[in-house]
Design a protein around this ligand. Structure first.
Ligand code: ADP
Length: 540
């Protein structure tokens, strides 16, 4: 695998660097200006040559929170919500969708509601991350003229109840959440029906079925045109669109495989993709069908929150040192730990830029590439953690990695790693999000919670959450550096200013760091808005 090859060569190249860096941790904590009783005397510093990559290390999840989390007030009008989704953090996460589902589900649970998540039982899910896993039902669900034997399991993931749907055919097999050697569209059509079939078989009728993205877009059609005339009467349907780039292009005969008559939906009022009218064949859009058939549709009119249980630098088990706004010293340890582990020059005074992203056009690939060059020119450091589903993009970044990973200021790590992402946010001085468009964006919010100052392009949710430090009209909200254009000069303008701030005005920088860490980007607000929507459509 290319990502491993990159890490191996990295390990080899940097062996000599690591030998220079093997200094006792006590000396290190003193050098970093941390108090002697800081408690990291026993920390073993990693090297790029370590046989087990350092981000696989487990650290005690000591709670360094300043105070117990505030008791969330319970809602009075309690209901049952079932999320149906292709992703859930941390066990089946590819991007923000997984984070959002877990965060929103947890927020509604803490307000007293009953919440379940229904998820395909992907073969790649690590079963040890599920507690109390048990088979609850075996039933048949329809696909393409056959009834497929299907298992439904119950389990608990990160304190959230999950129902896993496991068909006995080839669907959802493979090493990753997406990209297995089965037809993805047909697999999600099957899954959408299998979730309703499970409710039909078991008699479970939630107040709200909350479906996410195109993958579950056919469920509202199946619900109103099939299962309502069977026994499902009570649920009402909410669809959240996280990213409109993907809309589930589907031919009539493909839709028919889930048991609906695909030809009925080939009209402008139902599910035809208007842009394909007059083409041969005309195509349906599962997302459009979902929009037409849902009781409520949310397109990021509601700003996401972040799951403050999974993303909490005061308790995070992936961090070698915990920290929070009032006790930020642990962040220096995390930066030093990452620098040592990746063979970067171990310098607290050099700004470290981190970018963690899917490598797709939306994310501003040319700006990411340029930032790598610019950070180096400015004497800073940059780490990119990313992965691309597009072969040529992955290849381009591999070439870039071969070029830059030899030095001691840049690391391009082409893989997906939840653990490493936590460590990198904690180590970062700056989190870079140069998206061309961004419906909401979580990276900037997570970065802020971990004390990284955001440098972002002014678009979508980034423009709603990051306000420029040098904009006098926004003094109170100021928390980062913002640029508007999509050219390299625009990025330079923001990145250069961030670097100058970091180097020339360390005290002011520390104040910004404290401010971003204290920012409330939790789900409290957003969950309240979702509850209003649920209440406005529920029956009874
Ligand atoms: P999107 O949903 O468009 O990918 P978001 O900013 O909403 O963008 O969410 C991205 C989420 O995926 C964040 O939690 C980010 O940390 C995570 N992520 C993206 N790429 C990687 C990667 N290569 N390894 C680990 N986490 C990643």
């Amino acid at each position: 695998m290319p990502a491993i090859a990159t890490m191996k060569s990295l390990a080899f190249m940097n062996k000599w660097v690591s030998s220079l860096l093997l200094v006792p941790s006590k000396v290190v904590t003193e050098k970093l200006g941390c108090p002697a009783d800081f408690g990291f005397g026993e920390l073993v510093w990693p090297t790029p040559g370590d046989e087990i990559p350092f981000w696989k290390n487990k650290f005690p999840s000591r709670d360094a929170s300043p105070e117990a989390p505030a008791e969330i007030e319970k809602d009075s009008n309690l209901m049952h919500i079932i999320h149906i989704t292709a992703e859930m953090a941390p066990i089946a996460k590819v991007g923000g969708l997984g984070d959002v589902v877990t965060g929103l589900a947890r927020a509604c649970l803490s307000r007293g509601h009953t919440v379940d998540i229904m998820l395909p039982f992907y073969e790649c899910i690590q079963k040890q991350e599920i507690s109390d896993l048990a088979l609850i039902t075996t039933y048949n669900s329809y696909h393409d003229g056959n009834w497929v034997a299907t298992n439904a399991y119950h389990g608990v993931v990160s304190s959230i109840p999950v129902i896993f749907i496991e068909p006995s055919n080839q669907f959802f097999k493979g090493k990753n959440v997406y990209g297995g050697s089965y037809n993805e569209l047909e697999a999600y059509l099957f899954f959408s029906r299998a979730c309703l079939e499970w409710m039909q078989v078991t008699g479970v009728q939630p107040d709200i079925i909350h479906v996410h993205e195109w993958q579950i877009g056919a469920l509202p059609l199946l619900y109103w045109d099939m299962y309502q005339s069977l026994s499902l009467k009570k649920p009402r349907i909410v669809l959240t669109i996280h990213n409109m780039e993907h809309y589930g292009e589907c031919r009539q005969e493909q839709l028919s495989k889930c048991g609906l008559d695909g030809s009925i939906y080939a009209s402008v009022e139902k599910a035809i993709d208007d842009r394909t009218i007059g083409h041969n064949p005309e195509r349906l859009s599962l997302l459009k069908g979902g929009i037409v058939y849902s009781n409520a549709v949310v397109y990021f009119g509601i700003l996401n929150g972040i799951d403050t249980v999974i993303w909490n630098p005061a308790t995070d088990a992936f961090l070698p040192a915990k920290f929070h706004a009032q006790k930020p010293e642990g962040k220096k340890i995390c930066k030093y730990y990452i620098q040592k582990g990746l063979g970067l020059k171990s310098e607290g005074t050099v700004p470290l830029v981190v970018c963690i992203t899917r490598l797709v056009a939306q994310k501003g690939l040319h700006l990411i590439t340029h930032a790598i060059k610019r950070a180096e020119e400015l004497g800073g450091q940059m780490i990119l953690l990313g992965n691309s589903p597009v072969h040529w993009v992955q290849k381009d970044f591999e070439d870039l990695a071969n070029l830059h990973n030899k030095g001691t200021s840049t690391r391009i790590l082409l893989m997906y790693s939840e653990e490493l992402s936590h460590m990198l946010y904690a180590a970062a001085d700056i989190v870079l999000v140069p998206s061309i468009y961004e419906p909401c964006g979580l990276a900037q919010m997570i970065g802020m919670r971990y004390g990284a100052v955001p440098v972002v392009r002014k678009t979508g949710g980034l423009a709603d959450t990051v306000f420029d430090v040098d904009d006098p009209s926004n003094h109170e909200k100021a928390n980062g550096f913002v640029f508007e254009g999509i050219d390299e000069g625009s990025l330079n303008w923001a990145l250069d200013r961030a670097f100058r701030h970091f180097i020339d005005k360390p005290e002011e920088w520390n104040r910004i760091v404290q401010k971003v860490m204290e920012n409330d980007n939790s789900w409290n607000n957003a969950a309240g808005k979702y509850m209003e929507i649920y209440n406005s459509i529920r029956v009874g």
